[in-house]
Design a protein around this ligand. Structure first.
Ligand SMILES: Nc1nc2c(ncn2[C@@H]2O[C@H](COP(=O)(O)OP(=O)(O)OP(=O)(O)O)[C@@H](O)[C@H]2O)c(=O)[nH]1
Length: 344
C-alpha cells in the first residue's frame, strides 16, 4: 500500500471573510476604557490552541497602563503534558516576562487554585480600601466566564455568576464585579472582585488561515465559514500530527480528501439525508464539536518559536499602517466625490 503523505501546507482561501468585529465588541471595549481607572489588574485570556492568533492587540492598545496577567485557557485541548508541550509553555512564558503567564483548564481545581492564589497575592500588596478589582478580557468564546465561575466557586464557594456557552457572544455586557475572594479582617486584606467582559474580536484578521484557526476554535459563529471548509482545515491539522489519522480510523482510512473523510463519518454515524445521501455539513459540524471537546487529538494550531511573538507584533504594526493608508485613501476618495457633486 502506498505511504500516506499529509498535506505540507494549506491552500490559500482568498474568498474567506476576514472580519468579525461586531457592534457589541466595539461598545464593550470602549466601556472597558472608561472604567479603567477603577481597575487594578487585567487578566487577558488567550486560547491555548492559538497562542499567537488569539492575541488581540486592541487590549494592549486600549487598556494600557494597568498590570496584566496573561492566561492561556483550554490547555486541556492543546496539551497532554508532553515534553514538547512543556517546551512550548516555556517559550510562551518568556514572551510575556516579566508579566505572569498561566496555562489553565477551567475544570482543573489545581489550575483554578493557581489563578486564585495569584489574585490573592496581588491583592495582598494592594493599598485599596474598597477591594481589588480585576478585569477579565479576551477574544470571544475563549473561556472568560467559565474561569470567572470556577474562581468564584473555588474562592467563595458560590454558584455560577455568569452564563457560558459553546458559541461566541454569550456575554454581551460588562458585569458588575463578582466576588472571588472574601475580605480577611485578620490578614487586613479587602475582597477581590472579577469583572466579566464581552469577548472582543480582532478588527482586521491578517490572513485567511488566521480566520480559519479562530473559527475552528470557536471565536466566530459557526455560520460565518462553511463547516466543510473548517472540517477540511481540521483534517489538515489532524493529519500533520504524529499518528494523527488514528483518531479517525473508525470512519475512513488516511486521507487528505475532506469529502471522503466526511462521507465516512456520515456512513458510520448515520448522518444521511433523503435517499441516504450523506449530510456533509452535519458531519462537519459534528466532527468540529468533537475536536472542540478534545476527542479528535490534542494539539496547537499555531507554530511556536522564540521570536514568534515579536514577528506577530511587527506584522500587526504593518497591518495597522496599511489599514490607516486605506482609510486615508477612502477619505480622500469621499472628499473628491463630494467636491464633484458640489461642482455639478
Ligand atoms: N475544554 C475546555 N473548555 C473550556 C475551557 N474554558 C471554557 N471552555 C468552554 O468554552 C466555551 C466558551 O466558554 P465561555 O466561558 O462562555 O467563554 P467566554 O470567553 O466568556 O465567551 P463570550 O461570551 O463570547 O465572551 C464553553 O463551552 C466552555 O465550557 C477550558 O479550560 N477547557
Amino acid at each position: 500500500m502506498a505511504q500516506f503523505i499529509p498535506r505540507a501546507s494549506y491552500p490559500a482561501q482568498l474568498s474567506l471573510p476576514r472580519s468579525y468585529y461586531l457592534g457589541h465588541h466595539a461598545a464593550g471595549l470602549s466601556k472597558m476604557k472608561t472604567m479603567l481607572s477603577s481597575i487594578d489588574l487585567i487578566i487577558e485570556c488567550r486560547d491555548y490552541r492559538v497562542p499567537l492568533t488569539s492575541r488581540n492587540p486592541l487590549f494592549e492598545q486600549s487598556l494600557a497602563g494597568r498590570e496584566r496577567m496573561v492566561l492561556y485557557t483550554k490547555r486541556d485541548l492543546g496539551s497532554k503534558d508532553r515534553p514538547s508541550d512543556r517546551k512550548r509553555e516555556d517559550i510562551i512564558r518568556k514572551w510575556h516576562a516579566p508579566s505572569t503567564t498561566l496555562f489553565t483548564d477551567h475544570k482543573s481545581k489545581k489550575d483554578v487554585k493557581t489563578v486564585l492564589e495569584f489574585a490573592k497575592e496581588y491583592a495582598s500588596h494592594s493599598q485599596t480600601l474598597i477591594g481589588t478589582r480585576i478585569l477579565i478580557v479576551g477574544m470571544p468564546n475563549v473561556g472568560k466566564s467559565s474561569m470567572l465561575n470556577a474562581l468564584r466557586m473555588a474562592g467563595v464557594h458560590r454558584a455560577k455568576a455568569a452564563f457560558t456557552g459553546a458559541q461566541p457572544g454569550v456575554t454581551r455586557k460588562i458585569t458588575s464585579g463578582v466576588k472571588i475572594v472574601d475580605k480577611d479582617e485578620e490578614a487586613g486584606t479587602e475582597g477581590v472582585y472579577l469583572v466579566d467582559t464581552p469577548g472582543v474580536f480582532i478588527p482586521f484578521v491578517p490572513n485567511a488561515e488566521a480566520m480559519l484557526k479562530l473559527a475552528l476554535c470557536g471565536s466566530v459563529k459557526d455560520t460565518i465559514i462553511a463547516p466543510t471548509t473548517l472540517a477540511d482545515y481540521l483534517l489538515y491539522h489532524i493529519n500533520k500530527q504524529q499518528n494523527g489519522r488514528d483518531v479517525y480510523q473508525e470512519y475512513c482510512g488516511p486521507t487528505n480528501d475532506v469529502n471522503e473523510f466526511l462521507e465516512g463519518i456520515c456512513l458510520r454515524t448515520g448522518r444521511l439525508g433523503k435517499g441516504g445521501v450523506p449530510d456533509l455539513d452535519a458531519a462537519a459540524l459534528w466532527i468540529i464539536q468533537r475536536w472542540r471537546q478534545g476527542n479528535m487529538g490534542t494539539f496547537v494550531l499555531d507554530e511556536i518559536t522564540e521570536d514568534g511573538l515579536e514577528k506577530k507584533m511587527a506584522e500587526e504594526v504593518e497591518m495597522s499602517v496599511s489599514q490607516a493608508r486605506k482609510q486615508m485613501k477612502d477619505a480622500q476618495r469621499m472628499k473628491a466625490k463630494s467636491r464633484k457633486v458640489e461642482a455639478a
